[in-house]
Design a protein. Structure first.
Length: 189
């Protein structure tokens, strides 16, 4: 089966509490553009993150607000920041490092939440059932072309409202010369 591929750069999923600390009480994120999954959107707002070595400015916030703040960076960002950042599935913040975040109204030392996002497949329950996929299952993705490769360890994430998409980070996409919304072949054992 073919699946569309999307990739992302560094970004922040922010909690309502942290949003209000950094932008003010009752602050609402401003839509920059709608994303493919359910209610997700890229916000106009950005923040600065500061590690022991360097800082990274203009890190985009992805809305809507979540229960917990999660910062997704690239492997090269981890080196730049000077932080050993684990590769984790989104939402798994156990044993993750924290980081300083600066917004327009101040700064916060986040205790944890910094990850490199593990590649994954978003898929709705009906579609998953057709393909005999289970939550947390690992599949592969075959990319054709001059930089052909097979991505292993893609985690299946099933939820009502999901659009079938493979999510990679921009460094992974660059390794396979993948453009936004290119197709790849799902390899299901």
């Amino acid at each position: 089966m073919q699946a569309e591929i999307e990739y992302s750069n560094r970004h922040i999923h922010i909690s309502k509490g942290l949003l209000e600390k950094l932008f003010g009480p009752e602050y609402q994120l401003s839509l920059e553009k709608k994303l493919s999954q359910a209610e997700d959107f890229s916000a106009q707002e950005t923040l600065t993150i500061i590690g022991p070595k360097e800082k990274i400015e203009n890190v985009r916030i992805i809305g809507p607000c979540r229960e917990k703040t999660q910062i997704e960076v690239l492997k090269s960002d981890a080196f730049k920041l000077g932080i050993d950042v684990p590769i984790k599935i989104s939402g798994d913040l156990e044993n993750t490092p924290g980081i300083k975040i600066i917004g327009p109204l101040g700064e916060v030392d986040l205790e944890n939440g910094l990850i490199i996002a593990k590649r994954h497949l978003h898929i709705a329950p009906d579609e998953a059932k057709k393909l005999k996929l289970k939550p947390g299952q690992k599949i592969k993705l075959k990319i054709k072309g001059e930089r052909a490769l097979i991505f292993d360890e893609i985690i299946v994430r099933i939820k009502e409202g999901y659009t079938t998409k493979i999510h990679l980070d921009i460094e992974e996409a660059n390794a396979g010369d993948i453009k936004q919304n290119d197709q790849g072949e799902l390899l299901i054992d």
